[in-house]
Design a protein around this ligand. Structure first.
Ligand SMILES: [Ca+2]
Ligand SMILES: [Ca+2]
Length: 278
């Protein structure tokens, strides 16, 4: 049994590595037949793909509500952080790849010193992408300290976002990097629209009302207030398509998995699962 299991996992891992590297199988037309084969996948990428494939083993082949249930079980097995520990975690997960002394601010897209964490103008603080008032879960250890949806944000930009739902439209947010807002919604800059959507989808499958926390869900509304919902679902689904996971977001998921919570955001690894569940 172990041999079969290992072979199957290896096949899945290799296939996933090819997909992750964007290597489509070329059509064998006379013009391309005999052309040089794609370079073999680097061992590190293969090992990474194997880790990811193993992580989702019990979700394999599932769709819809069965997939959602399996993902809830998988991602709920996690280490939980205190709210004070979130500061140091974000300095790692959101480090600027071009400057290890800085973090990249989610909505502004600017790089700022890690040491400027705080609450004053010019500082960055801990933005809850799933606004903590939507379900009123606060900052005790739980959804309010789950770094899959916590990101460094400029203090003032964070204040403009407030607890607004997500939707398209509005006027430019000062120092918002192209983010827009109106009276009842916030639209992040294009480069993080998918990141925001996938954080919301993670929260929805992680928190199902079974562990003392509210059942968080995206819906079609704005003005959700303190209900455990975030809108707008159709807009978030479109953002997931429009802005696929990039290296920064994928590294972030790996760092959280390896060093902090030991769980993953499934929608960064499999953005196509959004359409299967919603
Ligand atoms: Ca992005
Ligand atoms: Ca839920």
């Amino acid at each position: 049994m172990p041999a079969v299991r290992i072979r199957r996992r290896r096949a899945v891992a290799l296939a996933s590595a090819a997909v992750l590297a964007g290597l489509a199988v070329p059509a064998l037309t006379p013009a391309t037949a005999g052309a040089s084969a794609p370079a073999p996948e680097a061992p590190a990428a293969q090992a990474h793909a194997a880790v990811v494939a193993d992580y989702y083993e019990r979700a394999e082949g599932k769709t819809g509500d069965d997939l959602r249930d399996a993902l809830n079980t998988i991602v709920s097995d996690q280490t939980k952080l205190s709210y004070s520990a979130v500061w140091d975690a974000l300095k790692d997960t959101d480090e600027d790849p071009a400057n290890s002394g800085n973090v990249v601010l989610l909505y502004s897209g600017v790089s700022r010193s890690k040491s400027l964490n705080g609450g004053d103008t010019g500082d960055w603080n801990r933005e809850h992408v799933w606004a903590k008032s939507h379900g009123d879960f606060g900052t005790s250890t739980g959804p309010g300290t789950d770094i899959h949806h916590l990101r460094p944000a400029d203090v003032q930009v964070n204040s403009v976002r407030g607890n607004k739902d997500f939707d398209n439209g509005g006027s430019a947010v000062a120092n918002g990097g192209g983010s827009l807002t109106d009276s009842d919604s916030f639209e992040p800059r294009d480069a993080v629209k998918g990141d925001v959507a996938r954080m919301i989808f993670y929260m929805a499958v992680r928190y199902e009302g079974t562990d003392g926390w509210p059942d968080l869900e995206p819906n079609g509304s704005v003005n959700n207030g303190s209900a455990p919902y975030i809108g707008k679902l159709d807009v978030l689904k479109a953002w997931n398509e429009q802005d696929p996971p990039d290296a920064f977001e994928q590294r972030r998921n790996d760092v959280i998995h390896e060093s902090y919570q030991h769980n993953r955001n499934p929608f960064i690894d499999h953005p196509e699962w959004v359409e299967s569940i919603w």
